[in-house]
Ligand binder design. Structure first.
Ligand code: ADE
Length: 254
């Protein structure tokens, strides 16, 4: 098993690289890959940049060039579901591209010629992320300063599991978020990469899971909330939760 941790932006992985044993950098197709060991297991860290195509090329490189067998996407997202608020964590059960629409040739959201709109996450990885996120939630005061906890409501952090939707749009208007909620009522959060990576993993038979910390509510305030949250919380959440998953996996027989 070689696991990749993929994020769009460096702030979403701050701190993780320093925890790898024997780290080494490799450049490929305009991306930097950090290869190393976590508790003796091979791990690759990568940054995709933003959007579905950038995420898909990076995922493909991880599989084709670095031989990864598992990909976990970790970063931030806009909350859509009722009660999914800033500082919460969403673990994806499925992913869908909300901007895929080849109707009337195919039903809206269905990826043409795949016969499906939803791409399921690996249940073992997703459960590992959920358990790790719950462990962070239970001890949130030992992981974040009081001022950061107060600013982002982290003391009330909730862990959700369900549908994560992706599209090539930063959703920063309340009416657009409302439209997404009306059309896809089961969607918990919106971002710009996971469903593309899920599709690549489906093609290659690679296990996939995604974790998102909620940075904004995809409303008129989203572009203000997003960068500050990214700096203050996102990287630490990835390190804590994905670190928890890696520790959990390292206790399983290889
Ligand atoms: N990532 C974080 N917040 C987002 C939003 N509001 N729309 C799309 N991607 C996001």
């Amino acid at each position: 098993m070689t696991l990749a941790i993929l994020s769009a932006l460096p702030q979403e992985q701050t701190g993780l690289r320093a925890l790898l044993d024997q780290p080494r950098l490799e450049q490929h197709a305009g991306r930097e890959y950090c290869l190393g060991l976590w508790a003796g297991r091979p791990v690759v860290l990568a940054l995709s940049r933003i959007g579905k195509v950038a995420a898909a090329t990076t995922a493909t490189a991880l599989i084709e060039r670095f031989g990864v067998t598992d990909i976990v996407f970790s970063g931030v997202a806009g909350g859509l579901g009722e009660g999914v608020t800033v500082g919460d964590v969403v673990v994806a059960s499925h992913c869908l591209q909300h901007d895929m629409d080849a109707s009337p040739l195919f039903p809206r959201y269905e990826v043409p010629l795949y016969g499906q709109a939803h791409f399921a996450c690996d249940p073992v990885l997703a459960e590992g992320l959920r358990v790790a996120a719950r462990a962070v939630q239970a001890r949130v005061e030992s992981h974040f300063d009081a001022s950061v906890r107060r600013q982002y409501g982290l003391d009330a952090m909730q862990v959700h599991q369900g549908l994560l939707i992706s599209g090539d749009r930063f959703v920063s208007a309340a009416d657009e978020a409302l439209g997404l909620r009306a059309r896809l009522p089961e969607a918990l959060a919106v971002e710009m990469e996971a469903a593309a990576v899920a599709q690549v993993c489906h093609d290659y038979g690679v296990r996939f899971a995604a974790l998102r910390t909620i940075s904004d509510r995809a409303d008129d305030q989203a572009h203000v909330d997003f960068p500050a949250f990214l700096e203050a919380v996102a990287g630490r959440c990835t390190t804590l939760i994905v670190g928890g998953l890696l520790d959990h996996l390292s206790q399983q027989p290889s």
